[in-house]
Design a protein around this ligand. Structure first.
Ligand code: PPS
Length: 292
């Protein structure tokens, strides 16, 4: 029997991380009441989620920006579908920031009323694949896989939490007119973090001073986040029950790490499937750090 059933929970055609699921929450998610000033960060896993959680919380909350608040990044913008710390989402003060890996058709219907904003952050899927492969081998709650070859098949079949990468991004992009949504790539953030912060501020209609923008950028760099216990899941990475070996959530944070892992054959196979699935898809993907 397929071992993924131990780790995945399929609900309405989408694979959730089984150990984190609360079925009552899943069943009522679509009717969750949305406020006009809610902000959703949506990503496919391993596409820059914690990075964007950090950036958004720094932009929206002065207390995080000036370090007077001491809240882990993941709790500043909690996962909507996995209420890991049992927060009362209904009583959370505005503005609320939620994070989600959900497919477009599973999010609260109220997001379609257009005022609440969604930031969709995407990353080239070869780097997503490699990041996810390492992360799944590291975290106890995810299914480990011996080889990239085996993981490649799982990823392409969508047998991972988040389901199929192609469906996720296509679904959100093709339904973009139903939402108040901005798309931003991991690679754009990597190449010009300051400009990406400014773009996000403009989408959020947040006017930050030059110094405030500088403070956001400074605290959102890979190096800073790696050494900041609030930003790098330190409670998880220090617990032998959570991880299979020593490692880092902030693993490499680069563009093009896939080149060190995929064989020529695997890369060609990926390209072929990418081409087939992403025909006429207008968003651009950056596969290499030197690419313009
Ligand atoms: S998760 O589990 O879905 O929430 O993971 P997610 O946060 O989406 O992705 C983790 C990868 O993002 C990298 N990361 C960063 N890259 C650049 N700059 C910053 N500040 C940053 N923060 C996190 C992290 O290193 C993971 O990528 P890989 O390629 O594994 O290093």
């Amino acid at each position: 029997m397929d071992s993924t059933h131990e780790y995945l929970f399929k609900f309405k055609g989408y694979n959730f991380e089984k150990s984190l699921v609360n079925i009552e929450h899943l069943e009522t998610m679509e009717d969750f009441e949305i406020r006009d000033d809610d902000l959703f960060l949506v990503t496919y896993p391993k596409s820059g989620t914690i990075w964007s959680q950090q950036i958004l919380s720094l932009i929206c909350f002065e207390g995080h920006r000036n370090r007077t608040e001491n809240v882990p990044t993941v709790d500043r913008a909690p996962f909507f579908e996995y209420n890991i710390h049992n927060l009362d989402y209904v009583k959370m003060p505005s503005p609320r920031i939620f994070t989600s890996h959900l497919a477009y058709y599973l999010v609260p219907k109220g997001l379609k009323k257009k005022k609440a904003k969604i930031l969709y952050v995407y990353r080239n899927p070869k780097d997503v694949l490699i990041s996810y492969f390492h992360f799944s081998n590291w975290i106890v709650l995810l299914e480990a896989t011996d080889t990239i070859e085996q993981y490649l098949e799982k990823f392409l079949d969508g047998k991972v939490p988040g389901s199929c990468w192609f469906d996720h991004i296509r679904g959100w992009y093709e339904h973009r007119h139903d939402f108040n949504i901005m798309f931003l790539s991991y690679e754009d953030m990597k190449k010009d973090l300051r400009n990406s912060v400014i773009k996000i501020c403009s989408f959020l209609e947040k006017k930050l001073s030059e110094e405030d923008v500088d403070a956001v950028v400074k605290q959102a760099t890979f190096q800073n986040m790696k050494s900041d216990p609030r930003a790098n899941y330190e409670d998880i990475i220090n617990s032998e029950y959570s991880v299979r070996n020593k490692g880092y959530f902030m693993r490499k944070g680069t563009i093009g790490d896939w080149k060190h892992h995929l064989t020529v054959h695997q890369n060609e196979r990926f390209d072929m499937i990418f081409k087939r699935n992403m025909k006429n898809f207008p968003l651009k993907f950056v596969w290499d750090v030197n690419e313009e």
